[in-house]
Design a protein around this ligand. Structure first.
Ligand code: ZN
Length: 113
């Protein structure tokens, strides 16, 4: 599964950044046009995180809707797919958002004093 590799990557990157500290929560942005299924990432997460600093951490997935700027009529419009044309009919557009796959933030557990 595509998402299993992505989830392993996310866990590896965050584990590395945590430098041995426990991670209690991570927030990941997944664009709706990225081709990545957030549900599948969530499904893999618990298993992949087991034995890592992310074990038991909360995974917060934010879906980013597809949006583009039209070069013809200069308006912004929502995109349900990578190929959704502007309502004016133009396919000349620049993607503004929706293809994200990034780790937005992580929360490290406070060390007991
Ligand atoms: Zn347009």
């Amino acid at each position: 599964m595509h998402e299993l590799g992505i989830t392993r990557n996310i866990v590896a990157i965050v584990s590395d950044a945590a430098k041995g500290r426990r991670v209690c929560r991570i927030t990941v942005d997944i664009g709706e046009l990225s081709g990545v299924m957030g549900e599948a990432v969530a499904f893999c997460f618990e298993t992949v995180a087991k034995g890592s600093p992310l074990e038991g951490a909360v995974l917060d997935i934010r879906r980013i809707a597809g949006r583009a700027h039209c070069a013809a009529c200069r308006s912004e419009f929502d995109q349900e797919s990578l190929f959704t044309p502007c309502p004016c009919g133009s396919r000349q557009f620049t993607r503004l958002q929706g293809e994200e796959l990034r780790i937005r933030s992580m929360e490290i557990e406070e060390e007991a004093a």
